[in-house]
Design a protein around this ligand. Structure first.
Ligand code: FAD
Length: 347
């Protein structure tokens, strides 16, 4: 099951076409491009002005890979000795000291959980594993009895964060965290902020479909980020961005068929079950990717109507694609998302 590659950056192809179309090709500063694997998915980084010098490119590659490895080694449930896996095995009620990065992600997760009334909830870990979307594959969905028993271990209120000791305390020893819906976005932010600190304010960073852009692309235009159409190989729309982050959560990459139905990897903590509505994909634009990543999952849990109402009421820039029974998708964007497109002169 592949993680959602819901977003593709078309920055160079489109920018080059635009430049050629008006007959002039601006002297683009050398751009450095890097790609590879991380966290069970792919990453792509483009740094305007970062290319042209082997030593500088090597230093940039080391900077990017150091940030991605740091997050993977702290927050992976696929690494037995990661900080998160050790926290998950910490089966008592004493505080568990964590690194600054993990505490920051737990704190943002708690904020989004509180904001979305528990729709986003990193304590869904045991349910994610039971439904077959964790590090150890499951042969069949859990029984109703198993779901009810696992639900007792879930609830973001079962975690107590203490900033003064930078520790997390379980109020139920059986609680386990899953940061798959927020830590990739956090990793994108860390790479973005490291590039800015190194003097490269114009970049595009993508990890498994979560994206953050800095400044403009090599043609001096907004980065043009394409949002994939679920179940297809075409694009639903293209979002022009400058200094923003975008993340998509969908049910069309990480799912399996069971007894004629689609089992999504997005779990509703209130029922302990995968969501069953027709919302196929949610894209959120925000200042930070960690927030966009978590909000996209939260809106996926809330569903097409409650999710849209929440996003409008909170002025969240969101695009929702809902499956029509006969095929195709209903596209609904919030006023904040539409403002983004209007400001960029799109549509
Ligand atoms: P999103 O839509 O962003 O999030 C869905 C995921 O979040 C689900 O898969 C589940 O894990 C969790 N979730 C479900 N419901 C909720 C909810 N209500 N609230 C909060 N979270 C929820 N995958 C591998 O195959 N191999 C690896 O080695 C590997 N390493 C990883 C290391 C790290 C640090 C992280 C963060 C993830 C890793 N993954 C790995 C998982 C993979 O990268 C993706 O995170 C996963 O496939 C989901 O990505 P997504 O963008 O499709 O999901």
């Amino acid at each position: 099951m592949l993680p959602s590659f819901a977003i593709r950056a078309l920055s160079f192809a489109v920018a080059a076409a635009m430049a050629t179309a008006c007959g002039s090709r601006p002297q683009a500063p050398p751009t450095f491009e890097l790609s590879g694997s991380t966290m069970g998915t792919r990453y792509v980084v483009k740094v305007v002005g970062g290319g042209g010098d082997v030593e500088a490119e090597r230093a940039l590659a080391e900077l990017v890979e150091a940030e991605l490895t740091h997050v993977d080694e702290l927050m992976s449930t696929y690494r037995a000795e990661s900080e998160l896996s050790r926290f998950n095995r910490h089966a008592d009620l004493t505080p568990f000291a964590v690194s600054e990065a993990t505490f920051e992600v737990f704190a943002e997760a708690a904020r989004i959980s509180d904001w979305t009334d528990g729709a986003f909830d990193i304590t869904v870990g045991p349910l994610v594993e039971a439904w077959g979307f964790g590090a150890s594959p499951a042969s069949a969905p859990p029984s109703d009895v198993q779901v009810e028993s696992l639900r007792q271990r879930v609830g973001f209120a079962k975690l107590q964060l203490d900033a003064s000791t930078r520790s997390v305390r379980k109020l139920d020893p059986a609680v386990e965290g899953d940061l798959s819906a927020i830590a990739k976005g956090y990793a994108v932010d860390r790479v973005a902020e490291a590039l800015e600190a190194a003097g490269f304010p114009r970049f595009m960073v993508e990890v498994g479909g979560e994206v953050r852009v800095g400044g403009t692309n090599d043609a001096g235009a907004p980065w043009r980020i394409a949002i994939e159409q679920p179940d297809a190989v075409s694009f639903q729309t293209i979002v022009p961005l400058v200094d923003a982050a975008v993340a998509t959560s969908g049910d069309y990459r990480n799912f399996y068929e069971w007894e004629g139905g689609r089992v999504s990897h997005t779990i509703d903590p209130r029922t302990g079950r995968p969501v069953e509505h027709a919302l196929a994909s949610v894209t959120v634009v925000s200042g930070r990717c960690v927030t966009a990543d978590a909000l996209a999952t939260a809106l996926s849990v809330l569903g097409p109507d409650d999710g849209y109402r929440f996003a409008v009421a909170n002025d969240v820039a969101a695009l929702m694609l809902t499956r029509w029974a006969g095929g195709g998708f209903d596209e609904r964007s919030t006023p904040a998302f539409q403002r983004l497109l209007d400001e960029a002169g799109v549509r």
